[in-house]
Design a protein around this ligand. Structure first.
Ligand SMILES: Nc1nc2c(c(=O)[nH]1)N[C@H]1C(S)=C(S)[C@@H](COP(=O)(O)OP(=O)(O)OC[C@H]3O[C@@H](n4cnc5c(N)ncnc54)[C@H](O)[C@@H]3O)O[C@H]1N2
Ligand code: MOO
Length: 450
């Protein structure tokens, strides 16, 4: 990576046809830690939208969710048996909405308890005799009620007052906050929302992400001729973005000209919250991204990252507020740029925070967190010494087993084998790591670290 200041000698190395990279005047490359932190704190979260319950799984709740009524909203039986009132034996009545003392009525699990119910006697704990012989029938045309008694299989003390009853409001009272704002909704939250009789939920809108792939030498299918390459990004990047909480929009392919690159970027920015570009981040006369950003009036937020691979990655924002993440063309370099800049940006836009911290070092409630540094997800001890590189953070795809991290082979900037088999990315600081020391780990969109 060569990010030249125009004031320094050598600025004219770009060649006669190369666009002048005006953007380099103001911004220097960031350290990896700063780039990651800036990317996750520069945006505000997107506005809320309303979605159906099933569609809300995995989304971030925009506001506190209050129970609109008591949950459960009626008192029910926890067992199959009889709802009883007073002491037994009980006269069995059918279809009663109210029980008088000495009455019982059959009930199933979840059934609405009649008013006056004192307890539920389980079916295995009671028995009925066909006729209530203790109560002489006054009218011979009305059959006498069966009589319910406590049976020999009943537990000691059964039935107790309130036994096997589920009172209304047992789980929540009307107005209770049952799910806090900013919660990432899991399936159990959705079932809870359904129990609260809700049909839709307010969630943070997912960022819409469009793609611009550059590179005249790229083939989308078949075996490329020498000098040409198969496209690494088209088949996987949209789905990766979905895994990161974004909604992929259309992909555009731009020719390696300033006009084509600018036009593709401008068109993508009409509908997207974030545009991700690949390739063209360099300074040769076929790299036009920087000039296209300048032509569109972009403000560069991160102009290169002191990391390898992926150093030329850029984060910028267009005048209409659309973010642009520019990934280098080398396939692994692009993925490292994605994890360093796009993943935290999308997390912030969609309201998914790794640790709830913002760039002022406060958590979401405004408490001091003691650090403004966004923490990667995990740490692990390394199985082998990892040499550092002065002034650079190395990002190595690696395997993590039982808390021990080992870098994978094939981690060259243009290779994918190391990443394909990786559990995480080892973040190696410039001074390196000795065996047994711990490295920070960046999680991959498609794996969970245990
Ligand atoms: N003189 C210098 N040259 C380079 C430097 C430097 O500092 N000075 N940095 C190197 C680094 S590091 C990287 S990373 C790359 C960045 O290059 P670009 O972002 O400009 O990308 P391209 O030049 O367009 O392509 C680089 C490489 O990637 C291949 N590529 C591009 N698109 C695809 C795709 N869709 N699928 C697969 N492969 C793709 C392309 O064919 C090239 O091989 O610059 C270095 N050079
Ligand atoms: O940043 Mo480049 O990725 O090393 O090839």
């Amino acid at each position: 990576m060569t990010l030249l200041d125009p004031e320094t000698p050598g600025h004219d190395n770009f060649g006669p046809q190369a666009p002048r990279p005006e953007l380099l005047r103001t911004v220097n490359p960031s350290t990896w830690a700063d780039a990651f932190t800036v990317a996750r704190s520069t945006a505000a979260r997107l506005p809320e939208e309303t979605v159906g319950l099933a569609a809300a799984i995995g989304r971030v709740l925009a506001r506190d969710l209050q129970a609109p009524h008591d949950v459960p909203h009626f008192a029910s039986s926890a067992m199959d048996g009889w709802a009883i009132s007073g002491d037994g034996p009980w006269r069995v009545v059918l279809g009663a909405r109210r029980l008088e003392q000495g009455e019982a009525t059959p009930i199933v699990t979840g059934g609405l308890l009649p008013h006056g119910t004192d307890a539920v006697l389980r079916s295995e704990s009671g028995f009925t005799s066909p006729v209530d012989t203790d109560t002489p029938a006054l009218h011979t045309s009305v059959p006498p009620a069966p009589l319910l008694s406590v049976g020999p299989a009943a537990a000691a003390g059964e039935p107790r007052a309130g036994q096997h009853m589920r009172p209304g409001g047992d789980e929540a009272r009307a107005g209770d906050i049952v799910i806090a704002a900013s919660t990432r909704l899991n399936p159990a939250h959705i079932a809870l929302a359904a129990a609260c009789s809700l049909d839709v939920l307010p969630v943070i809108r997912n960022p819409r992400v469009a793609f611009v792939f550059t590179g005249d030498e790229v083939d989308e299918s078949g075996t490329p001729a020498s000098g040409r390459v198969r496209d690494s990004f088209g088949p996987q990047l949209p789905e990766t973005i979905r895994m990161l909480g974004g909604t992929p929009l259309e992909s555009r392919r731009s020719a390696d000209t300033l006009e084509s690159t600018t036009a593709a970027l401008a068109a993508s920015a009409l509908t997207a919250d974030v545009v991700i570009t690949t390739g063209g981040t360099g300074h040769s006369n076929v790299d036009h991204l920087r000039a296209a950003l300048a032509r569109l009036g972009a403000t560069v937020i991160v102009n290169g990252v002191l990391m390898r691979p992926g150093g030329p990655s850029i984060l910028a924002v267009l005048p209409n507020g659309v973010f642009v993440v520019c990934l280098p063309g080398n396939p692994l370099a692009a993925m490292m740029g994605l994890l360093t800049l796009a993943a935290p940006l999308l997390a912030r836009l969609s309201g998914r925070h790794d640790d709830g911290r913002d760039n002022e070092g406060r958590d979401d409630e405004g408490h001091e967190s003691g650090t403004s540094r966004a923490a990667p997800l995990a740490r692990a001890s390394v199985s082998t010494p990892l040499a550092g590189r002065a002034g650079t953070t190395l990002l190595l795809p690696g395997t993590v087993r039982g808390g021990i991290a080992t870098p994978n082979s094939w981690h060259g900037s243009g290779m994918m084998r190391g990443l394909a088999d990786a559990d995480a990315i080892l973040v190696v600081p410039e001074h390196g790591v000795a065996t047994g020391e711990r490295v920070e780990l960046l999680s991959l969109p498609w794996t969970r670290l245990d």
